[in-house]
Design a binder for this molecule. Structure first.
Ligand code: 3HC
Length: 292
């Protein structure tokens, strides 16, 4: 499984991840568990400390649940190199950017990556809502830029949307898709470079409807969530899911859909804006529609 096969696909023997938050940490854990060395760039020594603690705790949980043998857990930890220097991503065949949802920041990262990575390196963004082409055009090699959209919690969720822009080369799309499917073992859904891709275009309006319903006093947060879990068979209710995703991420995805389709149906509910402004971001801040 070290070498990737597939028509027009190249082997990727080292992968870089930029960012080790909830999604970045899940992605790098999956790469390391799949047997591929991974270099992780974060912004500070304290981010190294937090990121490493989170990933090693997650690998430790898998070990405790009997999902990972001691040797496999230790080998996965060994495959991860932590750094604060973007230059350490130089030897990676694929770099996945998993920074916060901020276009200027992502464009800066892609412009900086251009200078340090090899000529063949594929540059991927895990953006959930920014048009991939807007990020790609910050790079001098937009044909080598694609989107790879993982879902939270990344170690568990089976899907990755692979997004080709108007400029992405077929070989780059094939290489990244083959890696995600054959090495990481995920189901790849090729998605258009349109706001929300496939999943968020359906999911985010649903979450926003649930937030608006709660805001109107239609039902309590607990009742809305229980209704969808017990009445519709969802693994979690929409308000609990919004809290898991992060209310700031939900807001930015809703804004992106609203901007693309210019339709009031996609407008983020006022309560979502107010909660984000108040710092109530869901699980990661300890408070959202529920408390944690
Ligand atoms: N990291 C690693 N593993 C985790 C985890 C995490 N953060 N959270 C749960 N798991 C594992 C558990 O260890 C357990 O593993 P096991 O079966 O091997 O023991 C398994 O997942 C099930 O977990 P639990 O038994 O604790 O709880 P649930 O059965 O309720 O599952 C859940 C939790 C997987 C989060 C489930 O509720 C679920 O699928 N929820 C929906 C999540 C979803 O829709 N995500 C997509 C959001 S959209 C998105 O991310 C896109 C972005 O752009 C907005």
């Amino acid at each position: 499984r070290e070498r990737v096969t597939g028509s027009r696909a190249r082997a990727l023997e080292r992968v870089g991840v930029d960012g080790a938050g909830a999604i970045g940490g899940g992605i790098l854990e999956g790469v390391a568990k799949a047997g591929v060395p991974v270099v992780v760039r974060v912004i500070s020594a304290s981010a190294v400390y937090c990121g490493r603690a989170r990933v090693e705790a997650s690998l430790g949980n898998a070990f405790e649940r009997g999902k990972l043998q001691t040797a496999a857990r230790d080998a996965a930890v060994e495959r991860i190199t932590w750094t604060t220097d973007l230059g350490d991503l130089a030897g990676c065949g694929l770099v996945i950017e998993a920074a916060v949802e901020n276009l200027d920041l992502k464009r800066t990262i892609f412009a900086e990556l251009d200078v340090v990575v090899g000529a063949d390196t594929i540059l991927a963004t895990n953006t959930s809502s920014i048009p991939v082409v807007d990020i790609a055009m910050a790079s001098a090699r937009p044909e080598q830029v694609i989107g790879v959209h993982f879902f939270n919690p990344a170690p568990v969720m089976k899907l990755v949307e692979v997004i080709a822009t108007e400029r992405s080369s077929d070989e780059v799309v094939a290489t990244a898709s083959t890696f995600v499917a054959d090495v990481l073992g995920k189901r790849v859904v090729p998605s258009p470079d349109r706001a929300g891709f496939v999943v968020n275009a359906l999911l985010v309006p649903y979450l926003c409807q649930a937030i608006a319903m709660f805001d109107r006093g239609h039902a309590s947060a607990g009742d809305i969530d229980d209704a969808m879990v017990m009445g519709a068979g969802h693994p979690m209710g929409p308000l609990a899911l919004a809290d898991l995703i992060g209310l700031d991420v939900c807001l930015s995805a809703a804004e992106s859909l609203h901007e693309e389709y210019a339709d009031a149906f996609y407008a983020p509910p006022a309560l979502l804006r107010r909660m984000v402004a108040a710092g109530h971001l869901g699980r990661k801040s300890g408070r959202g529609f529920h408390t944690y």
